[in-house]
Design a protein around this ligand. Structure first.
Ligand SMILES: Nc1ncnc2c1ncn2[C@@H]1O[C@H](COP(=O)(O)OP(=O)(O)OP(=O)(O)O)[C@@H](O)[C@H]1O
Ligand SMILES: [Mg+2]
Length: 463
C-alpha cells in the first residue's frame, strides 16, 4: 500500500485512475489543479505524485518543481498528451520518474506506478547515499581505490620502487588497473612531473613501432621526410609505458633487450647513440612465462623486464573493494555525464559484489556508466544493472551476455542496442552505422536524444 497524490483537471481521468489505484489497495488523494496538489502535498507527504501537465492555474511542471525542491526522494509521474514529445522530454529532463501517455494504457500505468513505488522503497534501504558535498569533492582523481590486503601489498610495492628507475613488469587480466598502477608508480616518486609516455605495442606494425619507439632521422625510409623523436626520447627522465609487451616481434625483442642492457639506442637510420634515461614499465594480460616456455618470448628479455614484478588481481579476488569502487565511479561518472545519482540500495550493491566481473574494474565502471544513464532518479535500481552472464561467453551472440529486460520500452531497447554496438566497434561510429543500417546524422540524433556519450581516452576512435 502506498499513499499517492493524483492531480488532473479531467474528472474522468481522475476517477478512472483512482479506481485502478484503489484496486491495488493504494490510498489516493486527488486534486483538480496544481495549486491544490501542492497544498495536499505539504500536508500529506505522499509516497508518489502523479500529475497531469496542463491544468488551469498551476501546471504539472510547477507541481514537480515543488516536490523536487522539498523532497527529491518522492517520485513524480507525469501524464502527457499523445505525441507530445516536447513535454515528455522536458518532464524527464526536469526529474520526472517516468511519464504516461494519454490515452492511458492500464498495463503500462500499473507497471510504471509499481516501479516508482519500488524505487521509493529502494531509496530508503541504501548501501550508499552521497551528500551533494561528497559528490562534488571528486576532482578527477586517478588514484587507485581499494583497501584489501592484496591492494595494500601493491601500494607497498609502489612505495618501494618509486624512488628508483628500476624496470617494472605489471601482469594481470584485462581491466584490472595495470595502466593505473603504472601511472601511480610514475606519479609517486622521482619521475613525478616528468613525461609519462604510453605506447600500445599491439596497435602498430613492427616497422612503425620501431621508429615510433626510437625515432628516425630524415631519409631513413620512404616517408621519413624529417627527423622524428621517438617515444623513448619523448619520455626524457620520466616513464615509458609499453603496454601489451607480449605483442612485440622477435626482432624488436632483441632490440629492446639491447636498449635495456646498454642503456642507449640509435634512432632508425641514425648513427649517433642516444642515452636511455626514462624508466621502463611494461604490462601484459598474457602469461609471459608461458610464452617464454612456448618459445614465443625471449627468456633473457623476460628476466630483464621483470626485475620488479607486480600482479594486478582480478576483481573477484577482492570483492570487499567493490563498495569503495562503486562510490568512486558514481562520483566520477556523475561528473562526466552531468548526472547526480547519489544512492545505491543494498540490493544493488549485493548484485555488484556477487558478480564475477570477467572484465574486472573496467567492466564494473562500464556497468555503472550504463546504469547511471538508465537510472530514472537519483537511485540506481536493480533493473539498471545489466550484467554479463558469467561462465562461457557465446561470442556469436553478444546480446546473450546481458540480462535483457522484457519491461523495456522500444526506446530503452534502442538505446541499449546503440550502446552495445558502439562498445563492439570501440566507439567507431562509421562501423556502428553500417552494422545498424542507419546514417551518421541519424546516429548523432539518437546519441543526443538518449544522452549517450562516447568514452574518452584510448577507447575513443576517430569517425
Ligand atoms: N583500483 C582501481 N581504482 C580505481 N579505478 C581503477 C582501479 N583499477 C582500475 N581502474 C579503472 O578501470 C579502468 C581500467 O583500468 P586500466 O586501463 O588501468 O586496466 P588495464 O589492466 O590496463 O586493462 P587492459 O589490460 O585491458 O589494458 C580504468 O578506467 C581505470 O581508471
Ligand atoms: Mg591497459
Amino acid at each position: 500500500m502506498a499513499r499517492i497524490l493524483l492531480a488532473d483537471d479531467s474528472e474522468l481521468i481522475k476517477s478512472t485512475l483512482k479506481l485502478y489505484l484503489s484496486k491495488e489497495k493504494h490510498l489516493v488523494y486527488t486534486a483538480e489543479d496544481g495549486a491544490v496538489a501542492i497544498e495536499i502535498f505539504k500536508k500529506e507527504r505522499p509516497d508518489l505524485v502523479i500529475t497531469d501537465i496542463i491544468m488551469p492555474e498551476v501546471d504539472g511542471f510547477e507541481v514537480m518543481k515543488y516536490v523536487k525542491e522539498n523532497d527529491p526522494n518522492i517520485p513524480v509521474i507525469m501524464i502527457t498528451g499523445v505525441g507530445d514529445t516536447e513535454s515528455t522530454i522536458k518532464a524527464i529532463q526536469e526529474g520526472a520518474y517516468d511519464y504516461i501517455e494519454k490515452p492511458i494504457d492500464v498495463t503500462r500505468f500499473n507497471q510504471v506506478v509499481k516501479n516508482a513505488i519500488k524505487s521509493k522503497e529502494l531509496s530508503e534501504q541504501l548501501a550508499v547515499s552521497l551528500s551533494k558535498e561528497e559528490e562534488e569533492e571528486f576532482r578527477g582523481k586517478t588514484s587507485l581505490v581499494g583497501s584489501t590486503p592484496i591492494m595494500k601489498e601493491i601500494y607497498k610495492s609502489i612505495g618501494r620502487i618509486s624512488s628508483s628507475r628500476i624496470t617494472v613488469l605489471i601482469q594481470g587480466d584485462s581491466g584490472t588497473g595495470k595502466e593505473l598502477i603504472a601511472r601511480m608508480i610514475h606519479n609517486s616518486g622521482i619521475t613525478k612531473g616528468q613525461p609519462f609516455i604510453a605506447v600500445n605495442c599491439s596497435a602498430l606494425s613492427e616497422s612503425l613501432l620501431e621508429s615510433e619507439l626510437f625515432g628516425h632521422v630524415k631519409g631513413a625510409f620512404t616517408g621519413a621526410v624529417r627527423n622524428k623523436k621517438g617515444k623513448f626520447e619523448l619520455a626524457g627522465k620520466g616513464t615509458i609505458f609499453l603496454d601489451e609487451i607480449s605483442e612485440i616481434s622477435y626482432d624488436l625483442q632483441v632490440k629492446l633487450l639491447r636498449v635495456i642492457q646498454e642503456k642507449e639506442y640509435e634512432r632508425v637510420g641514425g648513427e649517433t647513440t642516444v642515452p636511455l634515461e626514462a624508466r621502463i614499465i611494461t604490462a601484459t594480460n598474457k602469461n609471459l612465462s608461458t610464452l617464454v616456455d612456448d618459445g614465443k618470448f625471449r627468456e633473457d628479455l623476460y628476466f630483464r623486464l621483470k626485475v620488479f614484478n607486480i600482479t594486478a588481481p582480478p576483481l573477484r579476488e577482492r570483492r570487499e573493494d567493490v563498495p569503495a569502487l562503486v562510490i568512486h565511479f558514481v562520483k566520477k561518472i556523475n561528473k562526466e555525464l552531468h548526472k547526480n545519482v547519489r544512492k545505491v540500495p543494498f540490493e544493488v550493491m549485493e548484485m555488484l559484489q556477487e558478480h564475477d566481473w570477467v572484465g574486472n574494474v573496467r567492466e564494473l565502471e562500464n556497468t555503472l556508466m550504463q546504469a547511471i544513464l538508465l537510472s530514472k532518479s537519483d537511485v540506481i535500481e536493480p533493473d539498471n544493472i545489466l550484467l554479463k552472464k558469467s561462465g562461457k561467453i557465446n561470442s556469436s551472440n553478444e546480446t546473450d551476455m546481458y540480462n535483457y529486460n522484457r519491461n523495456w520500452s522500444m526506446s530503452e531497447l534502442e538505446k541499449f542496442h546503440i550502446e552495445n554496438v558502439l562498445n563492439e566497434t570501440k566507439g567507431n561510429k562509421q562501423r556502428a552505422c553500417k552494422i545498424m543500417g542507419i546514417s551518421k546524422p541519424t546516429l548523432y540524433y539518437k546519441l543526443n536524444l538518449y544522452g549517450i556519450s562516447l568514452r574518452t581516452g584510448k577507447d575513443k576512435n576517430p569517425d
